[in-house]
Design a protein around this ligand. Structure first.
Ligand SMILES: Nc1ncnc2c1ncn2[C@@H]1O[C@H](COP(=O)(O)OP(=O)(O)O)[C@@H](O)[C@H]1O
Ligand SMILES: N[C@@H](CCC(=O)OP(=O)(O)O)C(=O)O
Length: 370
């Protein structure tokens, strides 16, 4: 099967559209482009494919009602614009898909939803249920509540994580550029890269930032998204929004990234890619060996120092004695509790402080080696 035909035959598909493909010259939402995209996705949905749309554009849609000339730089104004714009965006999609008698559902996610076990399971259940009910979910980052530390900021990575979360067959990233080029596309002589089989095909490729006033990540975040999705076994295509019909038909457009990993719904991939560590635990050589070679959980006895401020359940990096990160995991203690426990055995801690102190600092199931 050709890599593009995977898109044609996919039964579960995540399609992400960037702000730059939904906005007109004035920076506001271009309804004609939104409707054209919705028509293409509606056709596919009505053919029986489960489609999830990850749509940017909330901030762009909020510019005009708030009389802002361009995308604001400060987080509070971005959040205010997203608050106004997300409603308008969903209203436009509800209308556009409604013309095809398709019901849409809004799903707003934060980075925390990608890491905490209960949130992750909850997000997955909701998306599965929406799809079972024949709804077309429309996902965006929950911009109005995300703080700068826990923000995704771009929807490319979010789309890759959603593709992994729902075990999609393919991920399509729609932008204002028709493919990945070996240099920023406005550069004379820049050439389209039709297929990426692995990291070796990206050697020497030069990526720049966003070419539009409203987009955020440029090509770099799309490559990162492709890396996450393909590591989870999901075929990924980058192309322009106006090629959506061609890409869904399996035509050779854009850049296709072949899977390098196996399919599966492992939460650990999320841990690695979706989280920002809130602190660092420096461990001794014995703990390094236990984590790397014996696949053990991290216990207080092997930790030599604690850095940062974090709560029970937060992501932290586990670092070697020289400070280089070794693993990322969800910690079972806060940064105020941990220092008193360092270097002590769990048996001793349970005896002196109570049975709840027998728990590991990071359980193996909540740990991924970097
Ligand atoms: N090597 C490259 N190949 C293709 N596009 C590139 C490259 N380097 C930078 N870009 C820019 O990335 C832009 C797409 O990113 P962005 O504006 O963030 O889109 P979106 O809003 O769709 O996420 C393109 O318009 C292009 O100018
Ligand atoms: N959540 C933001 C998306 C951020 C953004 O601009 O992303 P993108 O256009 O995909 O680079 C919004 O809806 O405005």
């Amino acid at each position: 099967m050709s890599p593009h035909s995977v898109i044609r035959s996919a039964r579960r598909l995540v399609v992400k559209v960037g702000s730059s493909s939904l906005t007109g010259v004035d920076g506001g939402i271009d309804v004609a482009r939104l409707v054209a995209l919705s028509n293409a996705l509606a056709r596919r949905h009505l053919d029986g494919t489960q489609v999830v749309l990850v749509s940017s554009g909330a901030i762009a849609a909020g510019l005009h009602p708030l009389e802002l000339a361009s995308r604001p730089h400060d987080l509070a104004t971005q959040q205010a614009a997203a608050s106004v714009g997300q409603g308008a965006l969903l209203a436009a999609y509800t209308h556009a898909f409604g013309l095809h008698h398709i019901t849409v559902g809004q799903v707003l996610l934060t980075a925390d939803d990608m890491t905490r076990r209960t949130h992750y399971a909850n997000a997955r259940r909701t998306l599965d249920r929406l799809l079972d009910l024949g709804v077309l979910p429309i996902v965006n980052e929950n911009d109005t509540v995300a703080t700068s530390e826990i923000r995704f900021g771009d929807n490319d990575r979010l789309a890759a994580l959603v593709a992994h979360l729902i075990d999609a067959d393919a991920l399509v990233l729609l932008s204002d550029v028709d493919a990945l080029y070996d240099a920023p596309p406005h550069r004379p002589g820049a050439r389209r890269i039709p297929i990426v089989r692995g990291p070796q095909d990206l050697a020497g490729v030069e990526v720049g930032g966003s070419g539009s006033k409203v987009g955020t990540g440029g090509m770099a975040t799309k490559l990162e998204a492709a890396r996450i999705a393909t590591a989870a076994g999901v075929v990924t295509v980058v192309t322009a929004a106006d090629r959506v019909l061609s890409v869904l038909a399996g035509e050779d457009v854009g850049t296709v990234f072949l899977p390098v990993g196996v399919r599966g719904r492992s939460r650990r991939l999320w841990l690695e890619h979706a989280t920002t560590a809130r602190g660092r635990l420096i461990v001794d050589d014995g703990a390094v060996a236990a984590l790397v070679h014996r696949k053990k959980s991290l216990l207080p006895a092997g930790i030599t120092s604690v850095e940062g401020t974090f709560h029970d359940g937060d992501p932290v990096d586990v670092c070697r004695p020289d400070g280089t990160p070794l693993a990322r995991g969800l910690v079972n203690y806060s940064s105020s509790e941990l220092p008193a426990l360092l270097g002590r055995s769990t048996r001793e801690l349970a005896r002196d402080l109570g049975p709840e102190y027998e728990r590991e600092v990071i359980h193996r199931d909540d740990l991924v080696l970097l």
